[in-house]
Design a protein around this ligand. Structure first.
Ligand SMILES: [Zn+2]
Length: 192
């Protein structure tokens, strides 16, 4: 598992140094992977357009099995997708990748601080409620609260997923790691 995380870290390092090699992005790779996929990592991340997993990890077609929803939240459908990737595609590493300045987390923080000002549709309410249980509100400071809450959401999601996989898979050896992407520097920080 170490080597998979190392591979992701090295890919991100190439990206931040401006020396990406853009691997596995040819038509040849399309043809090769059309016979079957063997991604090396699941990435659960935010829909935010500034967080494109293949680019920030300098990866390509068939490399990453990606689940994206605003706020990198875990839903039943997302968990089912992860179950498929681990049970049928043999993926042994999952990264829960949050990011700085997440709009979804910020919306949850603002709603929590000023519920009277929130005008959420039924759909947004479901999303915000899911993030709300992970919030850490400090000093009525929005930026600080978003930062702390994002870390907490990543860690809680990683723990939740670990527990679920332990129940789903006998002798579970899948590794779940939390990480946070800095949308300004391009760097991914891995927890633990
Ligand atoms: Zn986000």
């Amino acid at each position: 598992m170490e080597n998979i995380l190392e591979k992701l870290k090295k890919g991100n390092e190439r990206f931040t140094k401006g020396i990406s090699v853009n691997p596995n992005q040819s038509l040849e790779r399309c043809k090769e992977t059309s016979k079957g996929q063997k991604p090396f990592t699941v990435v659960v991340t935010c829909s935010d357009s500034r967080v494109p997993p293949e680019i920030i990890f300098d990866a390509g077609i068939g490399d990453l099995f990606v689940i994206r929803l605003a706020g990198n939240i875990l839903t039943n459908e997302g968990i089912a997708s992860i179950e498929y990737a681990t049970a049928h595609l043999g993926v042994e590493q999952i990264v829960i990748l949050g990011h700085t300045n997440c709009g979804a987390v910020k919306a949850a923080v603002e709603t929590n601080m000023n519920p009277q000002d929130a005008h959420l549709s039924q759909y947004l309410k479901i999303l915000i409620d899911k993030i709300d249980t992970n919030l850490i509100i400090e000093d009525k400071n929005i930026n600080k609260s978003v930062d702390l809450s994002t870390d907490n959401l990543i860690k809680n999601s990683a723990n939740e997923l670990k527990n679920i996989l332990n129940k789903l898979i006998p002798d579970n050896s899948v590794n779940v790691t939390g990480a946070k992407y800095n949308i300004e520097t391009g760097e991914v920080y891995f927890f633990n």
